[in-house]
Design a protein around this ligand. Structure first.
Ligand SMILES: Cc1cc2nc3c(=O)[nH]c(=O)nc-3n(C[C@H](O)[C@H](O)[C@H](O)COP(=O)(O)OP(=O)(O)OC[C@H]3O[C@@H](n4cnc5c(N)ncnc54)[C@H](O)[C@@H]3O)c2cc1C
Length: 630
C-alpha cells in the first residue's frame, strides 16, 4: 500500500478513468514528487533487531499464551524495576507523548517557559512537504502517514466496505492535522455548555471561546470582522481557500434558494451554510506542527523533538495509596529508551492510541487487563464511550455542463500554477458546508446534521459530486480494546456500534430527505445538476422498493462510514460519572502527574469536525498545567 501508488491511481482517476492515462498520471505524479518530495516509507522502530524479534516471538508463540507474542518480545522482556528512577536514561520536566494536533500545541506552549525542559515524542516521520497540498489530502489515507487501523466489520454500517470501515489517524509530526481535510469548525456553543452542565466546570462556551481565539490567526477580512468570535493574532492561520470551483458556487446559491442563512458557522449561529473556513494559508495546509512547532523549533533549546519513536509504556510507580507517573518508555532506532518526567507526562496520542497506551501501561478496565496479564495500576473505563460522526456519502449529483475534469496539458498547468502561485484546483479541498436541524433535534436552534459536498473521484476536480450527510449528535457508543494477540504492537480492536441507537438512523434519514430538496431548486435546474440514482443501486438495496423507508434505511447501512472525528475514549467527567477517565483539569483519576490532552477526552462530540476543538483543548490544558507549576 504505497502512497505513490495511491496518488498514481488518483491521478489516473482524474485523467477521466482512461487506462491509457496511466503514463500521463505517472508523468504528473513524477512532477509533483520532483517538486514536493515523497511521502516516505513506514517508520522502522526496530532496525536490525527486527529479525531476532520475529524469530524470538515465534518461539514464544508456540509455548506461551497468545497475547505474550510481542508483549514478551525482545524489547519489552527486560522489564527492570522502574521504581528505581536512577535507572532511566534521560530526564525532562514534561514529556508529551504524540506530536499530533494537541501534542504540538502543548509542547509549544510549555516550552515558552525557557526553564522547563520539554520532550515531544512522535511515532511518525517529520511532516513531508507533499502533505501541504490540500488537493492531495485523500491520498494520505492508508499511506505511511496513517496508522492504518480499521474497525471490526459488522452488519449494519459500512456495508460497502466488507473488511470494515477504515480508521484514519495521522502518524506523522502534526498528527491528524497533517492529513485531515483542514476544515476549521468549532461546533456549536451548546456543545460546550452541555459539557459544563454535565459537571465539567470551566468548559462552558464562554469559558472556552478565549482559547479558540488565542490560537486563531484569521486572515479572512469578512469573518475576522466579528471580534467577539474571532482573532487575527494567533499562530494558527484560518481563512478560505484561494480557489473556488464553479460547482461550489452553484451549491451555495442552491442553499440560499432553499431558504438557508449564509452564516459564520464559527459564530453565534451555526445553522445555515457557508464556504468553509480552513486551516490553510495561500493554498497550503497549516497543520498544528506548522502553526505551533515549526516557528519555534530552532529558537528554543529547551524543547527536544524525537520522531520515529514509538512509546510503548507510561512508567508508573505505586506509593502506599496512590499511583504516580515517573516517565515513559519508547523504542527508536532499534533501541529501548526510558525517559523520566520530573513534573508531568502529557498523553496526546489521539482518541485511539491514548486509550491503547493507557491500557497497555496498566490503566483501564481491571478484569480485561488482568485477563491479558497486564499489571493493573488503576481500574478505569478507558476505551469506552468511543464515538464519531457517521456520514453517508452518495455519489448522486451528475454534472452535465459544469464537470471540471481537465486534460493533460491543463493538469500540468494546474501543477505548475500551484507550485509557482499557490492557486488552482490543487489549493483546495471540499468547499461547501451546511448545517441542518432535524425535527427530533435535542436542543432548539442547533444543528444535528451536516451536509458537505466533494468531487467523487478527487478533491481537486468535480467530475460528479458526492452529497455527504453526517450525523452530528450520535447517541450510539462503541469500545476500543487491546489486541489480545499482541497488545503492544498489534492494532487495537475498534467496535464502533454505529447506529445501535435507532435515533441515529432516523436523523440521518431525515437529513437525506432534506438534502435531496436541492434538486428541486431553480439553481440546480439551471446548472443542470441532475440526480443520478444509478451509483447507489448496484447493491442489495435494489431489492427494496425505491422510494420506501426500507430502501433508504438500507442505503444508510450500505454507504455509511466514519467521518474520522473519533472521540471520547478517555472521557472527561466528574468523579461520580462511572464513564469518566479524566477530571476537568484533564488529570487521569487516581494517577498523579498524568494528563490526557487530545480528542479522547471529549465527553460528547461537538457539532462539527474536531481539529479546532482539539487545539482549543490543548490551549486550555497548557494554561492549566502552567498554573500548577509556575
Ligand atoms: C481523513 C481525516 C479528515 C479529517 N478532516 C477534518 C477536518 O477537515 N477538520 C477537522 O476539524 N477535523 C478533521 N479531522 C479530525 C481531526 O483532524 C482530529 O480529530 C484531530 O486532528 C485529532 O487530534 P489529536 O491530537 O487527538 O490526535 P492526532 O492529531 O492524531 O495526534 C496523535 C499523535 O500521536 C502520535 N502517536 C500515537 N501513538 C503514539 C505512540 N505510541 N508513540 C508516539 N507517538 C504516538 C500519532 O502518530 C499522532 O501524531 C479529520 C480526520 C481525518 C482522519
Amino acid at each position: 500500500m504505497t502512497s505513490v501508488a495511491n496518488i498514481t491511481e488518483d491521478l489516473c482517476k482524474i485523467c477521466d478513468g482512461r487506462v491509457e492515462c496511466a503514463p500521463t498520471a505517472i508523468l504528473l505524479i513524477s512532477l509533483v514528487h520532483t517538486l514536493y518530495g515523497h511521502i516516505g516509507s513506514e517508520p522502522d522502530y526496530f532496525r536490525n533487531n527486527k529479525v531476532s524479534l520475529k524469530s524470538e516471538s515465534k518461539r514464544e508463540f508456540e509455548d506461551k499464551p497468545r497475547y505474550k507474542l510481542a508483549y514478551r518480545s525482545k524489547f519489552l522482556e527486560d522489564d527492570k524495576n522502574y521504581d528505581d528512577e536512577d535507572y532511566m536514561n534521560l530526564e525532562y520536566d514534561f514529556i508529551v507523548i504524540g506530536g499530533g494536533t494537541a501534542g504540538c500545541v502543548v509542547a509549544s506552549r510549555l516550552s515558552e517557559n525557557r526553564k522547563w525542559k520539554v520532550l515531544l515524542i512522535e511515532a511518525g516521520h517529520e511532516q513531508p512537504k507533499i502533505a501541504s497540498i490540500p488537493g492531495l489530502t485523500s491520498e494520505f489515507k492508508g499511506s505511511s502517514l496513517d496508522w492504518q487501523y480499521s474497525m471490526r466489520p459488522k452488519k449494519g454500517f459500512c456495508q460497502n466496505r466488507p473488511s470494515g470501515c477504515e480508521v484514519v489517524q495521522g502518524r506523522v509530526l502534526g498528527g491528524t492535522s497533517t492529513i485531515n481535510d483542514m476544515a476549521y469548525m468549532r461546533g456549536s456553543p451548546a456543545d460546550y455548555d452541555e459539557w459544563a452542565l454535565n459537571g465539567n466546570e470551566g468548559w462552558s462556551f464562554s469559558q472556552v471561546l478565549p482559547y479558540f481565539k488565542y490560537s486563531e490567526g484569521n486572515y479572512d477580512k469578512d469573518i475576522s470582522k466579528s471580534k467577539l468570535f474571532h482573532s487575527t493574532q494567533g499562530p494558527l492561520d484560518v481563512g478560505r481557500y484561494p480557489y473556488v470551483d464553479d460547482n461550489a458556487d452553484v451549491l451555495l446559491s442552491a442553499f440560499n434558494d432553499l431558504g438557508y442563512n449564509y452564516t459564520d458557522v464559527n459564530g453565534k449561529n451555526q445553522l445555515g451554510f457557508m464556504r468553509i473556513q480552513t486551516m490553510s494559508y495561500i493554498g497550503e495546509r497549516v497543520s498544528s506542527y506548522n502553526a505551533f512547532i515549526e516557528p519555534i523549533r530552532k529558537l528554543r533549546t529547551n524543547i527536544e523533538i524525537v520522531t520515529e519513536a514509538l512509546v510503548t509504556k507510561i512508567l508508573l510507580k505505586e506509593n502506599r495509596d496512590s499511583v504516580k507517573v515517573i516517565g515513559v518508555e519508547y523504542i527508536t532506532n532499534g533501541t529501548k529508551v526510558t525517559a523520566k518526567a520530573s513534573k508531568e507526562v502529557i498523553l496526546s496520542a489521539g482518541a485511539i492510541n491514548s486509550a491503547k497506551l493507557l491500557m497497555q501501561s496498566g490503566i483501564g478496565p481491571k478484569d480485561y487487563l488482568e485477563y491479558l496479564n497486564i499489571k493493573v495500576f488503576n481500574d478505569l473505563p478507558v476505551g469506552g464511550n468511543f464515538h464519531d460522526h457517521l456520514s453517508v456519502c452518495l455519489p448522486v449529483i451528475k454534472l452535465i455542463k459544469t464537470a471540471t475534469t481537465s486534460n493533460f496539458p491543463e493538469k500540468l498547468k494546474d501543477i505548475t500554477n500551484y507550485y509557482s502561485k499557490g492557486i488552482g484546483p490543487l489549493s483546495t479541498n471540499f468547499q461547501v458546508v451546511a448545517f441542518y436541524e432535524t425535527s427530533i433535534s435535542e436542543i432548539l436552534k442547533t444543528p444535528d446534521i451536516e451536509f458537505r459536498f466533494r468531487g467523487h473521484n478527487s478533491n481537486m476536480y468535480y467530475d460528479k459530486m458526492d452529497i455527504c450527510t453526517s450525523l452530528l449528535t450520535p447517541r450510539s457508543r462503541g469500545q476500543i480494546v487491546l489486541n489480545a494477540t499482541d497488545p503492544i504492537f498489534g492494532a487495537p480492536l475498534i467496535y464502533p456500534n454505529f447506529l445501535k441507537d435507532p435515533t441515529d438512523e432516523k436523523k440521518l434519514l431525515e437529513g437525506i430527505q432534506e438534502v435531496v430538496k436541492l434538486f428541486d431548486t431553480e439553481v440546480f435546474k439551471n446548472a443542470e445538476f441532475e440526480f443520478d440514482p444509478r451509483p447507489i443501486l448496484k447493491n442489495e438495496c435494489s431489492d427494496h422498493e425505491r422510494v420506501s423507508e426500507e430502501f433508504w434505511s438500507c442505503i444508510v447501512r450500505q454507504f455509511s462510514a466514519p467521518l474520522h472525528n473519533y472521540v471520547g475514549t478517555c472521557k472527561m467527567g466528574p468523579s461520580k460519572d462511572p464513564e469518566s477517565v479524566v477530571d476537568n483539569s484533564l488529570r487521569v483519576y487516581g494517577v498523579t502527574n498524568l494528563r490526557v490532552v487530545d480528542s479522547s477526552i471529549i465527553p460528547k462530540i461537538t457539532r462539527g469536525s474536531t481539529a479546532a476543538p482539539v487545539i482549543m483543548i490543548a490551549e486550555k490544558a497548557s494554561d492549566l498545567i502552567k498554573s500548577v507549576w509556575y
